[in-house]
Design a protein around this ligand. Structure first.
Ligand SMILES: Cc1cc2nc3c(=O)[nH]c(=O)nc-3n(C[C@H](O)[C@H](O)[C@H](O)COP(=O)(O)OP(=O)(O)OC[C@H]3O[C@@H](n4cnc5c(N)ncnc54)[C@H](O)[C@@H]3O)c2cc1C
Length: 481
């Protein structure tokens, strides 16, 4: 009698799940297992927003399994110990999982595979979360790519050979009779006091939510993606990032659906599909980088920055807090930080603007911002977050050079010309004329009073002078150049 454990991690779906599909082909009973291991020695334990998402995603997975006469077995503890206990107790013959690429998970999984394999358990792992795995793409000199464009050019040559997604199974196999499970609630993933109304009102975690979100995006947004994706005031992007992070949908499914959705469409549709695919390319790139350069989650990829004096300004807790809570007095930054706190998500353009202000004008270490994002984003993802912060701080692969310091006023005028986005998140500025909405401190006092705004009272004065802080950042950079 063969019995498999399918070890769910961040692949919380039934469709295109090769670990599950292989177990179904090779075994008679299946234990769908989730192990909660909060004491793992990771410096990046899931933050509050991620835990909220995880709770709902596990709930959805367990419902989906129940609909097919199976059920999710939830355990808590050190993964090695939990797996050994279940393997011994239920005579498990096979252990299947889908790969992840966070450095300590790669190491841990390797140890687990060796240990159980030598104990006679058939162990097998699969690719479910990337289009192409990190070791399959190298430069001509057999090195990992560090620059996005040649990386993506190479990836595109391989896209045609990517497997079609595996269909959702028609039926599952039951777990062994009487197998125990913790309750989902006992994991304590939900917040003790309710701050999550904003999240609940817009997100639908789980595989069904992910598939619906993809369908909606392809049907109503894809053709305008190229023009709308940079406009934070429009719902122009797919908002699939948390679903992708938790593996409620995989990139092969998106690739396949994109192909089907744009078949025979006008050029614009295809441009948009290509543009969208390129963003998935950035996701691939980020995961390849974290795999090949595992230290980058705490250390800059560009060695010139190893001794960079990040915290050159007096790093006051109040300044950091003003940034975190959207009280800097710089509207596009505050709008982004408030969107993040309310929804657990922030538009990509605004992520770059707020990150640039923190690391360059305010002179904080990029890790300070990465940690705040980690705790507040529903899509907090080690590879993407590391790439995003190092890119913006100018110390990573393919970085925007350090001297490229975003001017939040100019960025606001360009990408939010009428101030729709700013006004949505900062109602204090609702009545200010469009052309002043990104720099209220430059406006004639009388006009401000007429608009019902009193800087320093109803909305903060800017906490930093953008021009002089820019110069100061550049002078630090010149020292290491
Ligand atoms: C400072 C900073 C921190 C970031 N932290 C994260 C993070 O923790 N998790 C995260 O998923 N993304 C992160 N990003 C990347 C990007 O902002 C989000 O992936 C994107 O905003 C998600 O929205 P979407 O799904 O609507 O994107 P879409 O535009 O619809 O793109 C589709 C998918 O492509 C991927 N993608 C898009 N842009 C990027 C990018 N620049 N880098 C890597 N992948 C990308 C995402 O998986 C996204 O879901 C960060 C960017 C910056 C500048």
């Amino acid at each position: 009698m063969t019995c498999a454990i399918v070890w769910f991690r961040r692949d919380l779906r039934l469709t295109d799940n090769p670990a599950l599909a292989t177990a179904l082909q090779s075994c008679r009973t299946i234990i769908p297992l989730y192990i909660h291991h909060p004491d793992d020695k990771t410096p990046w334990q899931p933050g509050a927003a991620s835990r909220w998402w995880l709770h709902h995603s596990l709930y959805n997975l367990s419902q989906a399994l129940r609909q097919q006469s199976s059920r999710l077995v939830i355990e808590r503890g050190e993964v090695n110990v939990v797996l050994r206990r279940l393997i011994n107790k239920h005579n498990v013959t096979h252990l299947f999982w889908n790969r992840l690429y966070d450095p300590w998970i790669v190491e841990r999984d390797h140890v687990i595979q060796q240990a159980f394999q030598s104990a006679g358990v058939h162990c097998q792992c699969f690719n479910a979360s990337l289009l192409i795995e990190p070791w399959k793409i190298t430069t001509r000199s057999d090195l990992p790519f560090r620059v996005f464009t040649p990386f993506w050019n190479r990836c595109q040559q391989l896209l045609a050979s990517i497997d079609h997604p595996i269909p959702r199974p028609d039926a599952l196999l039951p777990p062994p009779k009487g197998i125990a499970s913790l309750t989902l609630e006992s994991l304590g993933l939900l917040p003790a006091h309710t701050w999550d109304e904003g999240l609940t009102s817009i997100w639908h975690p789980g595989e069904t939510g992910a598939l619906n979100q993809l369908r909606r995006f392809l049907d109503t947004r894809l053709t305008q993606y190229i023009t709308d994706r940079e406009i934070p005031g429009r719902a122009g992007t797919s908002r699939l990032s948390p679903h992708l992070h938790f593996g409620e949908i995989g990139p092969r499914q998106i690739l396949h659906a994109l192909g089907a959705a744009t078949m025979g469409s006008a050029d614009h549709g295809n441009d948009s599909a290509r543009g969208y695919l390129r963003e998935l390319g950035w996701r691939e790139f980020a995961h390849h980088l974290i795999y090949h350069f595992p230290e980058t989650h705490h250390s800059p990829l560009n060695p010139n920055f190893h001794h960079f004096p990040w915290s050159w300004r007096d790093e006051s807790a109040e300044t950091l807090s003003a940034w975190q809570y959207g009280e800097t007095g710089i509207p596009i930054v505050d709008a982004g930080m408030r969107e993040l706190r309310h929804t657990g998500w922030m538009h990509n353009r605004v992520r770059m603007i707020v990150a640039s202000l923190l690391t360059k004008n305010l002179g904080f270490h990029w890790l300070e911002g990465a940690r705040w994002f980690w705790n507040t984003l529903v899509d907090a993802n080690l590879a993407n977050n590391t790439l995003g912060w190092q890119w913006t701080a100018g110390c990573g692969a393919d970085a925007a050079p350090f001297f490229r310091i975003f001017n939040p006023i100019r960025q606001g005028k360009r990408f939010d010309p009428k101030g729709d986005y700013v006004r949505r998140w900062i109602p204090e500025l609702a009545t200010i004329p469009d052309k002043h909405v990104h720099a209220p401190w430059l406006v004639d006092k009388r006009l401000l009073i007429n608009s019902g705004i009193e800087l320093g009272k109803s909305y903060p004065q800017p906490i930093i002078d953008l021009k002089s802080s820019r110069q100061q950042a550049l002078s630090h950079w010149h020292r290491i150049k």
